[in-house]
Design a protein around this ligand. Structure first.
Ligand code: TXA
Ligand code: MG
Length: 322
């Protein structure tokens, strides 16, 4: 079983020895290994049960540490990097040969990010290599936002989980790519579109397709609990239409529904704050998923700020298996 601890030196030593371990970030926990070590990379895919066609994000201590691994940084990418790194921003940049093809599945682009968590920043400062780190969940399941979430699912497969507490943002980074310098969002995430557009102007969004070749990991069915998820814009109506309400749960934005027993309901943010809702989203989904309900009714949030990124995840969680 993995040890859960706060020893950054020990974590660095394990990573130098080629081990795969879990690290905290401000978004979600990552399953990390030396991005330059092919054996460690293969182990990340195996531990996650992740298909090799789904490339990995590389984590760096700062913008300067990224430079040797990319060919160039487009002007708007640099503007974003200067404003939002460290932070919940992932940029797709043209990769240098020093990044193994295994990381990118042969693509010319590599995903780079500077996480904003004090322990992981201290860890990266001790290392002379970047860390490849997908979210530390089995492929297709909900991302972990605490050390215990990681231990529950991958604890028997890794030696160490660096415990940085609950993730402050709670959903994954926003991924931005550039097509001839024009920015396109490939994954809605913890950095709001509004903030990105304030920095570089209008951006495109291309994140809902089921087989987007540019973001192979953005599969339509993702973030999936074992329990069936049903999305609802009008929760009272959806619940009222169900005959047997005994074993139904509801994940709601800010107000309880009177149509259902309150003990079967969780509120993402009693004050109606989408940032708080994002922080609670995955933990609450896990909690409800563990209670053996027949169905979880999830309320669609107002489609702005982090509400958009939350709705995107709920939509994928509700998608049927093909
Ligand atoms: O917040 C985050 O980004 C977290 C923390 C741990 O940093 N990481 C994360 O990684 O969410 P992951 O692997 O669960 O999601 C990364 C997404 C996947 O959908 C993957 O397909 C896409 O990024 N991606 C990575 N490299 C890519 C590349 N070279 N081209 C296109 N998409 C890429
Ligand atoms: Mg993931």
């Amino acid at each position: 079983m993995a040890t859960i601890g706060t020893d950054i030196e020990k974590t660095a030593a394990l990573l130098r020895a080629g081990e795969v371990i879990a690290i905290p970030t401000e978004t979600v926990y990552g399953l990390a290994g030396n991005a330059l070590n092919p054996e460690a990379i293969v182990n990340i895919f195996k531990i996650k049960n992740r298909p090799f066609f789904d490339p990995l994000i590389c984590h760096f201590k700062d913008i300067d540490a990224i430079r040797p691994y990319v060919k160039s940084i487009p002007t708007k990418a640099l503007l974003l990097a200067n404003q939002f790194m460290p932070g919940p921003l992932t940029l797709l940049l043209e990769k240098h040969d020093s990044i193994p093809d295994l990381i990118t599945n042969g693509s010319d682009l590599v995903a780079v990010r500077v996480p904003n968590h004090p322990m992981t920043r201290a860890l990266l400062a001790l290392l002379d290599f970047p860390l490849a780190a997908p979210s530390a969940n089995p492929f297709g399941y909900i991302s972990p936002t605490s050390a215990q979430h990681v231990a529950d699912q991958l604890g028997d497969k890794i030696p160490y989980i660096l415990d940085g507490g609950d993730c402050s943002l709670g959903i994954e980074s926003t991924i931005v790519m550039f097509e001839n310098e024009a920015p396109v969002i490939l994954r809605l995430g913890a950095l709001k579109i509004e903030e990105i557009e304030n920095c570089i102007g209008k951006v495109g969004v291309r994140s809902h397709s089921s087989s987007n070749p540019q973001a192979p990991g953005q599969l339509e069915k993702h973030y999936s609990p074992h329990t069936k998820i049903v999305l609802s814009e009008d929760v009272n109506e959806t619940i009222s239409s169900i005959n047997n309400k005994e074993n139904i749960a509801a994940l709601l934005f800010s107000k309880y529904s009177e149509a259902l027993n309150q003990s079967n309901q969780l509120l993402l943010s009693t004050s109606g704050n989408a940032d708080e809702a994002a922080k609670n989203l995955f933990a609450f989904l896990r909690q409800l998923d563990g209670r053996g309900f027949d169905m979880i009714i999830a309320e669609v949030l107002p489609d702005q700020g982090l509400g958009r990124a939350i709705n995107d995840r709920l939509l994928r969680a509700a998608a049927k298996q093909h």
